[in-house]
Design a protein around this ligand. Structure first.
Ligand SMILES: *Cc1c(COP(=O)(O)O)cnc(C)c1O
Length: 217
């Protein structure tokens, strides 16, 4: 596929859902991709990227930003509390706020800096034991906790269970966001971003369909 084709499909999904063209942010997920593929997408003019690992992102993006100018960076992987400081200085958004200890750390860093990345709370909609995220039954209380710390929560994020239909998970996440007055919905990946847009996604996170398959070798 590639960036142009995904862009076309995204515009079509927006139109089909009655959403304005360009209203969904396309996050190009560049984790573990060879640098030349990332550069190729930058050269096509794309400026919104997602990364899963703080260390990998910190090793790559300062140089790329120096070369290509302003790039909006989204942290979409699990965030260890001891990497929160580096993450806050590197990323424009963090999609994986999932526990009080991390929220506290982010609140402290935000206070020191007088600014905070845009934040999303990750929800474990499939209630999978191995997966990060707040359980659906705990979302409302966790949001109250975050708001009590003055954290700017923009919305919710989910990764539906593999091999399952994503649609009910997207609908559930949209319901949780709506009842908590949150506008942001980070959901949808290479295989299901069109369904996510239909369900109200504001941010889709697309990796392999833009860059090609990841190799972890
Ligand atoms: C890797 C990753 C993606 C991108 O996955 P693709 O299937 O390659 O599009 C999206 N979201 C998260 C949280 C990821 O870890």
């Amino acid at each position: 596929m590639g960036l142009a084709e995904i862009g076309t499909k995204l515009r079509a999904a927006e139109a089909a859902a009655g959403r304005a063209a360009g209203s969904v942010t396309l996050i190009a997920v560049s984790k573990v991709q060879p640098l030349e593929r990332v550069v190729a997408v930058l050269e096509q003019g794309h400026r919104v990227f997602g990364e899963n690992y703080v260390q990998e992102a910190a090793g790559k993006w300062p140089d790329l930003r120096a070369q290509f100018g302003k790039v909006e960076l989204h942290m979409i992987g699990p965030l260890q509390t001891n990497k929160a400081k580096v993450a806050v200085d590197l990323f424009d958004a963090i999609h994986t706020v999932d526990r009080p200890s991390l929220a506290e750390k982010l609140a402290r860093l935000a206070q020191e800096r007088g600014r905070c990345p845009q934040l999303f709370v990750q929800v474990n909609t499939g209630e999978e034991p191995q997966k990060a995220g707040v359980l659906p039954a705990e979302v409302d209380a966790f949001l109250v906790t975050c708001r009590g710390m003055d954290l700017p929560i923009a919305g919710l994020m989910c990764i539906p269970p593999e091999g399952e239909d994503s649609t009910p998970h997207f609908a559930a996440l949209a319901g949780m966001a709506a009842r908590n007055g949150l506008a942001g919905l980070s959901m949808g990946m290479s295989g299901d971003f069109e369904a996510a847009v239909a369900a109200g996604a504001t941010h889709v996170r697309v990796g392999s369909a833009i860059f090609g398959a990841r190799s972890y070798a």
